[in-house]
Design a protein around this ligand. Structure first.
Ligand code: 13P
Length: 252
């Protein structure tokens, strides 16, 4: 089954509104004529509204970096699915390792977020990945397999098929140390096999599994040419339009 690769920039806690607008305008111009690849950006909450106006009518999709699972209420500091829909988000990142590590986000909370996003008409980019300690202990596949199925648990198979999975080995995020194409493909293939076993080949064949962790123009082509790597979730290299666009180009 052919899947359209999806490259999404996770801007993390970077970019004021003017900086975000300059970056997104540059990205829009560079990817405008690229067919065969879906492109998204995930600015910080404060820039979503302004960036949304710029990406309207372009090929760039808007993603949030997090979301709360309740639609509204007394949750100081949180942002809901209807609020993200209101500013034009089509995706939200869920379960990024930085949120798991620093903010105690659990698989169970991720499952609630995925369900809330689906109910609100948005898609999730659901992040999973093992730590270096877990990899060294030979537990990488066990860890990511558990995270994968736990996060998707509340969704029906049809809904599961629409979600994007991002495999981000924690030891490769922001470290300059990328998983080798073989290492990444091994995990992606395992994840697709898990999805096939649980949801069937049709659903598993439609799902896009991104790789994330020090992906840059120099290593993108080799990673993205692997059979089960269907795009990338890009951190540092997404903050430079030239590098981000080069990765988008490599995905085609
Ligand atoms: P880097 O590309 O900076 O390693 O970050 C990856 C990431 O965490 C994307 O979500």
């Amino acid at each position: 089954m052919s899947r359209v690769p999806f490259i999404c920039g996770n801007w993390k806690m970077h970019m004021t509104v003017p900086e975000a607008l300059a970056l997104v305008d540059d990205v829009i111009a560079r990817v405008a004529s690229m067919d065969g690849v879906e492109v998204g950006v995930a600015p910080p909450y404060t820039a979503l509204h302004a960036v949304s106006k710029r990406v309207a009518g372009t090929k760039v999709r808007l993603a949030a970096q997090n979301v709360h699972f309740e639609p509204k209420g007394a949750y100081t500091g949180e942002i809901s699915v209807p609020m993200l829909a209101d500013v034009g988000c089509q995706y939200a990142i869920v379960g990024h390792s930085e949120r798991r590590q620093y903010f105690g986000e659990t698989d169970a909370a991720c499952a609630q977020k995925l369900a809330a996003l689906h109910a609100g008409g948005l898609r999730s980019i659901y992040c999973i990945g093992e730590t270096l300690e877990e990899r060294d202990a030979g537990k990488a596949l066990e860890v990511v397999g558990r995270q994968l199925l736990a996060g998707l648990e509340a969704l029906e198979p049809d809904a599961v098929a629409e979600q994007v999975i991002a495999y981000e080995p924690v030891w490769a995020i922001g470290t300059g140390r990328t998983a080798t194409p073989d290492q990444a493909q091994e995990v992606h293939e395992f994840l697709r096999a898990q999805l096939t076993q649980r949801y069937g080949a049709e659903v598993a064949g439609r799902m896009r599994i991104q790789y994330g962790g020090s992906m840059k123009p120099q290593n993108a082509k080799e990673l993205l040419s692997q059979g089960d790597i269907d795009g990338g979730l890009i951190g540092g290299a997404a903050l430079k339009a030239e590098d981000f666009a080069a990765i988008c180009g490599a995905a085609r």
